[in-house]
Design a protein around this ligand. Structure first.
Ligand SMILES: [Zn+2]
Ligand SMILES: [Zn+2]
Length: 348
């Protein structure tokens, strides 16, 4: 089979490799659609510990496909079933796993990160993931590409469930990439009446507005706070979400939140750059709640598949181009450079 193998820093090569063998508890999925995420971009740019030419890793944790083969002991999944795969699975027995947070398990593994993922024609889903419910049947009427986007959408949904968005809220999302736009779509679904997106690129904010004209632009820069005060009659935001991996944005977020507001740190910062300066008096005197989230629970993944299928969230406009596995490096460079939103990597 064809697989895109990370072999080191800035090196992904398409190789012909054997189709993975499966054990009696495993499932083999034929990938139909996959997407690049910021995590893949980081591994491409920086390489990955333990990964080299002799020990390559297939990236890709946002993918969906068809079950090609099931192990003899597997129940509940059958050959030919259309499925979307949540990437993170845990030990299954610790307190976090038992509470439904296998994604936070100390022994958690992730397809496309710690084991081979979806940038290949076939991917082995290990028994632990099969038994924990990482494989979800794709609801009727949903394309493989749309289903694959349940992964990033459920990361966004995790932030929503943690920090809360309420009818009538004013929400400001900083960063007009695919994730920032998904935050806006979730906020609108939750009943926020004023949803702003802020970015240094006017063109990216226009792209957000072309997806939903209810999204308003707030130009980033020196006059941002003054302008936001004017737009909100001095009330500022009930919730500020940072959806870009830039420390300065986290520093600004507190000033842009209003009295009794909330701040969600969604985008992580590059390692070594995660210490930022915060005016903690903004938190104290404005009574701000500050939260952070990463990944998603399996419950959130399944719920997002339903939200996409019902069109409660129309995810289709997030897919702005299509290509094949041969274009993987281009897709990564596009994701890095902010070209379009998401390029679907489709397999025949
Ligand atoms: Zn991702
Ligand atoms: Zn665990």
């Amino acid at each position: 089979m064809k697989a895109a193998c990370l072999t080191g820093k800035e090196s992904i090569v398409i190789r012909d490799v054997p189709v993975p063998e499966i054990g009696p508890g495993d499932v083999l999925v034929k990938v139909k659609s996959a997407f690049v995420c910021g995590t893949d971009v980081r591994f491409f740019l920086n390489g990955k510990a333990g990964v080299d030419d002799a020990n390559p890793r297939v990236l890709g944790h946002e993918f969906a496909g068809v079950i090609e083969r099931v192990g003899a002991r597997v129940a509940g999944y059958t050959v030919g079933m259309n499925v979307a795969i949540a990437p993170n699975y845990g030990c299954g027995i610790c307190d976090l796993c038992v509470s439904g947070h296998s994604e936070m398990c100390a022994a958690s593994e992730a397809l496309g990160v710690s084991i081979d993922g979806g940038f290949a024609e076939y991917v082995r889903i290990p028994e632990a993931a099969v038994r924990q419910g990482n494989i979800s049947q794709i609801p009727e009427g949903l394309s493989f590409a749309e289903a694959a986007l349940a992964e990033p959408l459920s990361c966004v949904f995790n932030a929503y469930e943690k920090i809360g968005i309420f009818p009538g809220d004013t929400v400001l999302v900083i960063g007009s990439g695919p994730i920032g736009i998904m935050h806006c779509l979730v906020a609108l679904m939750a009943g926020a009446t004023n949803v702003y997106i802020s970015d240094i690129s006017e063109q990216r904010m226009d792209l957000a507005r072309s997806i939903d004209s209810r999204i308003r632009k707030l130009v980033a820069g020196e006059s941002q706070l003054r302008e936001f005060k004017r737009l909100t009659n001095g009330k500022l935001a009930n919730l500020v979400i940072t959806a870009a991996s830039v420390g300065a944005i986290q520093e600004q977020a507190f000033a842009l939140a209003g009295q009794n507001g909330r701040v969600m740190f969604f985008g992580g910062l590059p390692s070594g750059k995660s210490v930022v300066q915060l005016d903690t008096n903004e938190i104290h005197y404005k009574q701000l709640l500050v939260g952070g989230t990463t990944r998603q629970s399996l419950a959130q993944y399944r719920k997002c598949l339903e939200l996409i299928a019902s069109r409660a969230i129309d995810i289709r406009p997030i897919i702005t181009s299509e290509g094949s596995l041969d274009d993987i490096v281009q897709a990564i460079l596009e994701a890095r450079g902010g070209v379009g939103l998401k390029r679907a990597i489709n397999f025949s």
